[in-house]
Design a protein around this ligand. Structure first.
Ligand code: KIV
Ligand code: ZN
Length: 525
């Protein structure tokens, strides 16, 4: 029997709380190409805090200056959540991490070390006894700097159970208050993962002094199933990311875990503190800043998650929505009321529409977005929600960019060579160049390269239509790689070539931020 999505209060009765530890900004950002700027990380952290996330893992402070800055900035502004930073079992890592989370209202240091035979032998090149010593010394060191210590057994699911229990005991004895047993390589199956938690909790005498945590990767598509199994096995903290972003195939998706617990409270008597009506907004924001599109049929937040195409389904839905919907769209923040926007829509309607879509822009950003909307509405009869999302994401994502598109004229067609005349604003200076290429996109990119010399390699160029019809906006994704770092960015416009230029320029801007704050030498050419 299906139900109307239960109200949060109903799910809380007779159920235990599971803490939500979001690692979108750390494990999620480790996905190749998903890097975010400082401003983007802050925007995501604010939203995670507002939606009720208990712990925000903001980064890996020792990894780079940028990570340190991001963790410090998030720690200083987050109002409700605990802010965690990641550290290896070394004093240098721990000191840097402690410094980064210092300003948090509630700081946490998250320590990890591998405990599987494979990782200890090949990655750490340490004997098991040495690893145990490192657990004691690192947790003790961290505990002297911060009261809230999480310890993770990396590759926990491929560790020998006796050794894992000894390691957990050591970590708790040295002062860890959260014990995470990750399925680092996404290898576990649910019953096995549940049993692992049951065994460790039963065998480690001090296990009642710590909260156990799950952290699942999705290499076999089992991350959410394993997460729920771990909770059944006694874990009361779930590590997850928005949209399932994360290393390789990603981490368990927060929206799926939260809604599984909420919709199936009859089987899973646990609740979270997440305001589920903010899940769609969070998904859109993370997709925009990471430039990772959400697959159409993604559970909970995919654009088809509440779409009913077949006649039989539509008929059933019209008679009673519960025939084909196990939760309401509103319960995850998809609103049914929809103002249709067109060229006669004014500022007020535009602002209301953006609010409905989850955007609250400042005056300047709103003005800029409104001007672009008017331009779009002149060219396109109906402006759909997807058009506005693409437009606003494009606008807000690039507000502080050093390189901006000013004008582009392209000559294309059968009689080549195709050429592009491009004007850019490069750190306040207008520059123009005309380039040819093997096709119009190549010509545009060649012109950009001439105006902004760089060595980045184009790894991905992808176009998709935001809506249907030949007047649809094009959304272009571009991935650039340089010195082992890659960035992905999007650009949107009804003109595919303008969208391509915007995407390439946006990726270059991101690359600048990755290289460091200052204007790079290559740009002065
Ligand atoms: O997957 C993993 O093991 C991790 C740890 C650092 C917690 O991300
Ligand atoms: Zn991980």
């Amino acid at each position: 029997m299906t139900h109307e999505t239960p109200a949060p209060d109903a799910t809380r009765r007779n159920s235990e709380q599971v803490l939500i530890f979001d690692t979108t900004l750390r494990d999620g950002e480790q996905s190749p190409g998903a890097s975010m700027t400082l401003e983007e990380k802050i925007e995501v952290a604010d939203l995670l805090d507002a939606m009720g996330v208990d712990i925000i893992e903001a980064g890996f402070p020792i990894a780079s200056e940028g990570d340190f800055e991001a963790v410090s900035a998030v720690a200083a502004r987050v109002q409700r959540a605990t802010v965690a930073g990641l550290a290896r079992a070394s004093a240098k890592d721990i000191d840097r991490c402690a410094e980064a989370v210092r300003k948090a209202r509630s700081p946490r240091i998250h320590l990890f070390i591998s405990t599987s035979p494979l990782h200890m032998k090949y990655k750490l090149q340490k004997e098991p006894e040495q690893v145990l010593e490192m657990i004691t010394s690192s947790v003790t060191h961290a505990r002297n700097l911060c009261d809230n210590i999480e310890w993770s057994a990396e590759d926990g699911t491929r560790s020998e159970i006796d050794f894992l229990c000894r390691a957990v005991e050591r970590a708790i004895a040295a002062g860890a208050t959260t014990i995470n047993i990750p399925d680092t390589v996404g290898y576990a199956v649910p019953e096995e993962y549940q049993a692992l938690f049951e065994t460790v909790r039963a065998r480690v005498p001090s296990s009642d002094k710590a909260i156990f945590s799950v952290h699942c990767h999705n290499d076999l598509g089992l991350a959410v199933a394993n997460t729920l199994a771990g909770v059944r096995g006694g874990a009361r903290q779930v590590e997850c990311t928005i949209n399932g972003l994360g290393e390789r195939a990603g981490n368990a998706a927060m929206e799926e875990v939260v809604m599984a617990l909420r919709v199936r409270g009859d089987r899973l008597a646990y609740h979270t503190g997440i305001d589920s009506t903010m899940l769609t907004r969070a998904s859109k924001l993370v997709s925009a800043v990471s430039s990772f599109p959400v697959q159409y049929n993604k559970a909970i937040v995919g654009r088809n998650a509440f779409a009913h195409e077949s006649g039989i389904h539509q008929d059933g839905m019209l008679k009673n929505a519960q025939t084909y919907e196990i939760m309401t769209p509103e319960s995850v923040g998809v609103s049914k009321t929809s103002l249709v926007m067109g060229k006669h829509s004014g500022r007020h309607a535009f602002r209301e529409k953006l609010k409905e879509l989850g955007y609250d822009l400042g005056e300047n950003a709103l003005e800029d977005a409104f001007a672009r909307f008017k331009d779009l509405a002149d060219r396109k009869k109906i402006v759909y929600d997807e058009d506005l999302i693409a437009l606003v994401d494009d606008e807000i994502g690039h507000a502080g960019d050093g390189i901006k598109l000013v004008a582009l004229t392209v000559i294309a067609g059968t009689n080549g060579p195709q050429s592009a005349a491009l004007t850019l604003d490069v750190y306040g200076e207008q520059k123009t160049h005309q380039a040819t290429g093997n096709g119009p996109v190549d010509a545009v990119f060649n012109a950009i390269c001439a105006l902004v010399p760089h060595h980045a390699v184009l790894e991905l160029y992808q176009v998709h239509a935001v809506t249907q019809g030949t007047d649809a906006q094009a959304e272009v994704s571009v991935r650039l790689a340089e010195d082992g770092k890659s960035v992905t960015a999007k650009g949107a416009d009804p003109d595919t070539l303008v969208a391509s230029a915007r995407a390439y320029i946006a990726a270059l801007n991101k690359l600048m931020v990755k290289r460091g704050k200052s204007r790079p030498a290559a740009l002065t050419g």
